[in-house]
Design a protein around this ligand. Sequence first.
Ligand code: CUA
Length: 165
Amino acid sequence: MHIDPLEKKWMIVIGFITVVMVGSMTYAAVVMNMHPPSNVETIDSSRLHLTEEFAEDNLGVKDNGDGTLTVTMVAARYGFFPPVIDVPVDTPVKFRIASADVLHGVHVPFTNAASMIVPGYVSEFTTTFPKTGKYSFLCNEYCGLGHDSMWSRLNVVAKTAGGTN
Ligand code: CUA
């Protein structure tokens, strides 16, 4: 079979690009633990305040009693509630976040915490923060005029003796 030399060069280039792209995705997934969150759990976004889990008084950090934490949050124009979350370092934290209005996203820079927050669904992901410090929850889906100022604070603090928080 005859293959034009120029075409052959392009086949090699395209093969190389494919290997680099699939390789970097595999590397991110396996080594850096970057996975798209997958949790299909529906909720009525217009009635979050009437649910037990997402009622205002029940938001925030909960100790699961097994060395892990659950953080329940609501995303709404234009903020995340509660606005300040403190979690200990090196502790598995399961985030459960629901939108009260439109599509939002959450991203904590310099960590692997990121998810879309789709109205009608509970976004869930689990992560562990390896370094203490002040981090920001940033909205990364355009949600309206206040999108740029939609953020909140995440403090990763040292573990206290005898407990996870
Ligand atoms: Cu919420 Cu952008």
